[in-house]
Design a protein around this ligand. Structure first.
Ligand code: ADP
Length: 188
């Protein structure tokens, strides 16, 4: 169970940190740390497609054909079915690869979070679970990424008060949870 320090209330919405597997989350939408191809990958992406089954990939392929023939741009987001996952929808977003911090990474990472929340609002999805976007294969240092992630989500919850019930960050390891906990402490 999450401890009190792992949740804050912002404009009536709960912002919560938990340790776990994103594919286990019973929420309106889980978020995939996808790549531009939308055709699958490792990490969170691999876990979501494995557990969700082929329906997710089929819809991603259709989105590529019809809307994003050159791939989903970094910082953008699209929603699909969640297949066999317990969540209702998957929102796929593309975080930036880390190139040292001078290539607009922070703004692109914040954009990935904002775009995801925009897709959720369009569909009336009120409970969301995010992974730590870009901090795996894409190499974004997690301390910096946690500040950007929590800052961007907190801003959106304030600007769109009433749109969400809960936004949860699902951290895979205890070490990652500890980093996000410190960033949340600094935020509040
Ligand atoms: P990116 O390519 O955006 O860096 P990754 O999927 O490689 O995305 O990693 C993002 C973060 O998600 C990493 O911290 C990784 O440990 C974590 N992660 C991997 N699998 C899962 C999962 N099933 N649930 C939650 N987090 C996960």
């Amino acid at each position: 169970m999450a401890m009190a320090q792992d949740a804050v209330t912002i404009a009536g919405a709960t912002l919560r940190l938990v340790q776990g597997d994103i594919t286990d989350q019973h929420v309106d939408a889980i978020v995939n740390a996808a790549n531009s191809t939308l055709l699958g990958g490792g990490g969170v992406d691999g876990a979501i497609h494995r557990r969700g089954g082929p329906a997710i990939l089929e819809e991603c392929q259709e989105i590529r054909r019809t809307r994003y023939p050159d791939g989903l741009p970094t910082g953008d987001a699209v929603a699909t079915t969640a297949g066999r996952l317990p969540a209702r929808r998957v929102i796929h977003t593309v975080g930036p690869r880390w190139h040292g911090g001078g290539a607009g990474e922070a703004e692109l990472l914040a954009s990935a979070y904002r775009s995801t929340l925009a897709r959720a609002r369009e569909e009336g999805l009120r409970t969301l679970a995010f992974p730590s976007i870009s901090t795996g294969a894409y190499g974004y240092p997690i301390e910096a990424a946690a500040r950007v992630a929590l800052g961007a989500v907190a801003d959106e919850l304030r600007v769109h008060a009433g749109a969400f019930d809960e936004v949860r960050f699902v951290l895979f390891s205890a070490a990652d949870l500890a980093v996000y906990r410190e960033a949340l402490r600094q935020l509040s």
